[in-house]
Design a protein around this ligand. Structure first.
Ligand SMILES: *Cc1c(COP(=O)(O)O)cnc(C)c1O
Ligand code: SF4
Length: 350
């Protein structure tokens, strides 16, 4: 691969990131919607501004204020309202920090916050108020994190997270992969990212080559909430990632007004599988301040999953989980599987 060509493709996605839409009024206008919908308190715009690249906007249905992709990214005035139980750090991540940029909650797995940047700002994000500037393994802190990992033989899996680790340049990402693979105890590497979905041009030949060169099994956990996110370009990008040797899993968040129907959840699993991705987790919403409008009653979540599990093969049914601060793992949420005949449509939860 020619260096000049790989630089050009890197410049491409970086430019698309830089040109992401940041103005709610502009986004609404582009979709033919009333810009007054974006009449927002200053605090909402300042603390966690809108951010969404054109490639994602292109998958939204014009003229539909309830579009499931638009709902994930559009700031609302109601975010500024205090709702009991909704807090800045719902998962107590600040107390799971082992040092700047290094979080450990679970045995054998450590999570590195390698960047604060994301390609898209998801309104329900549990890290929307995370103090990234202090909690980031960049510059000199990266060396401190590596030193800490070298000294801890119990850590067998490293998760690159953020922010979105694929918003790093290929050179920086490559540096991390190389350094981490020098750890003798490392058995698996993981990348948690939404970038290949939001901006498929991020899946460059250089990135694919880097993945193919990994000497440890690499798992890429994507984040797709709705089948409509998986357009042709995205499916192609995901298949390429898979062909480069990575295991692809998906985690989604169950969100009112986005994917809270049996049809939406089934179609998501089907389309993910067609793109070479297995459903992994379906998270219940974390109660982060500003996200209360996405909440679904627990009983409703269980009823939906009961119906999904009655329709799909087991490998297409994600685990319904919630995160309880201090627990030893993500906690499974049980549900009863609805007993309907193979092709019955009665008692359908839609
Ligand atoms: C969710 C999470 C993990 C990964 O958990 P798995 O169940 O292995 O996917 C690891 N570290 C932190 C801090 C997490 O929040
Ligand atoms: S891409 Fe992930 S980390 Fe970034 S805002 Fe969305 S949910 Fe949060």
């Amino acid at each position: 691969m020619h260096r000049s060509r790989s630089r050009a493709s890197e410049a491409n996605w970086q430019q698309a990131l830089a040109e992401a839409c940041r103005d709610p009024g502009e986004l609404l206008q582009q979709l033919g919607l009333d810009p007054r919908l974006a009449d927002l308190p200053a605090s909402v715009c300042r603390d966690f501004p809108l951010r969404v690249p054109q490639s994602f906007i292109a998958r939204m249905r014009p003229g539909d204020p309830d579009d499931p992709l638009l709902r994930q990214v559009l700031p609302l005035a109601s975010e500024a309202r205090a709702v009991p139980g909704y807090v800045a750090d719902p998962l107590a991540e600040r107390s799971a920090a082992r040092g700047p940029g290094l979080l450990q909650k679970y045995r054998g797995r450590a999570l590195l916050i390698v960047t604060a940047a994301c390609a898209v700002h998801c309104r329900y994000c549990f890290r929307r108020a995370f103090p990234y500037q202090q909690q980031r393994a960049s510059g000199r802190q990266a060396q401190a994190v590596l030193a800490e990992l070298r000294a801890d033989a119990s850590i067998e899996e490293i998760i690159l997270s953020g922010g979105d680790p694929l918003s790093l340049s290929d050179a920086r990402l490559g540096w991390w992969l190389t350094e981490l693979q020098r750890l003798p105890q490392l058995r698996r590497l993981r990348i948690h990212t939404r970038l290949p979905v939001v901006l498929p041009s991020r899946v460059t030949a250089e990135l694919l080559a880097m993945i193919a060169a990994c000497r440890r099994p690499l798992v890429i956990v994507l984040h797709v909430n709705h089948a409509q996110e998986l357009d042709t370009a995205t499916i192609t990008a995901l298949r390429r990632l898979r062909s480069s040797g990575a295991t692809l899993l998906n985690q989604a968040v169950l969100l009112a007004g986005v994917n809270d129907s049996v049809a939406a959840l089934c179609e998501l699993s089907e389309r993910l599988f067609a793109a070479g991705v297995l459903p992994y987790y379906l998270h219940l919403l974390d109660p982060v301040a500003g996200a209360a409008h996405f909440e679904l009653p627990l009983a409703r979540a269980q009823a939906l999953m009961g119906e999904v599990a009655a329709r799909l093969p087991g490998y297409l049914v994600p685990r319904l989980v919630r995160e309880i601060p201090g627990a030893a793992a993500k906690t499974s949420v049980e549900f009863a599987v609805h007993k309907a005949g193979p092709s019955h449509n009665q008692n359908r939860v839609t």
